[in-house]
Design a protein around this ligand. Structure first.
Ligand SMILES: [Zn+2]
Length: 234
């Protein structure tokens, strides 16, 4: 059970969701800066409003940052017919073909050779598989390079469809997971995520020692992190 309504505060529309939780919390969602509050059923409208007021400065700061980030993204990025590969946008071209479907980058386009009747869902699936193969090709040499440089050893590298994380590391099993989304981003960003996950084999948490390790091996990591989050996942 839940209850939804909206409140307005200083020109900002806030979506409120009352549900079975203990504390009020607030989130500014990427990429559009939508503000959402989750609140327990017992929270009064006044307490929700007071909470929002107390966070107003924070909300505005985050919305401004998100807007600046969005403004720096070329509008073509939001065209569903454009696909990003290693940081470059390519329009999708469909080529009618009776052979097994395949994808290739050709003359500035991402060309999908497939039967004309291939459904949109199937097309997405084929392209996703292609992304994964592209990523794997780039990822494996990078992992090997950084294993040598950092003196660590990964047991297994998984490429996973993840929409909320770029990568993760299981310190105990010594496995790393890399998001297929990284096939869309510049190679430098993939390298940054690899170094970040390998650094977790040396230091489990994001503490000052972790930052030191990152600074030592990849002094430009903060820029790569910025670049990585410049384009919203879609
Ligand atoms: Zn981490």
């Amino acid at each position: 059970m839940s209850e939804e309504f909206q409140i307005e505060l200083d020109g900002i529309l806030i979506e409120v969701l009352r549900k079975r939780i203990r504390h009020i919390n607030l989130k500014v969602s990427s990429p559009d800066g939508t503000v959402r509050i989750s609140a327990p059923f017992r929270a009064s409208l006044k307490s929700i409003r007071d909470f929002a007021v107390s966070k107003l400065g924070w909300i505005k700061k985050h919305q401004k940052r998100m807007k600046e980030r969005m403004d720096s993204v070329p509008p073509e990025y939001f065209n569903r017919n454009n696909y990003m590969v290693l940081g470059e946008l390519y329009p999708l071209k469909l080529m009618d073909s009776d052979s097994r479907p395949f994808v290739v980058l050709e003359n500035g386009s991402l060309v999908l050779h497939a039967k004309a009747e291939t459904s949109e869902e199937e097309r997405e699936f084929i392209i996703e598989k292609w992304y994964r193969a592209q990523l794997k090709k780039e990822l494996i040499p990078l992992v090997e390079k950084w294993e040598r440089t950092m003196g660590v050893k990964v047991r297994k590298v998984f490429i996973r469809r993840m929409k909320t994380k770029w990568g993760s590391c299981n310190y105990i099993d010594r496995n790393i997971r890399i998001s297929t989304e990284l096939a869309k981003r510049p190679l430098k960003c993939l390298e940054y995520v690899v170094v970040h996950e390998l650094a977790h084999l040396l230091e489990r948490t994001h503490n000052s020692r972790f930052i030191e390790i990152m600074n030592r091996y990849l002094p430009g990591w903060r820029e790569q992190n910025e670049e990585l989050n410049r384009f919203p996942m879609r």
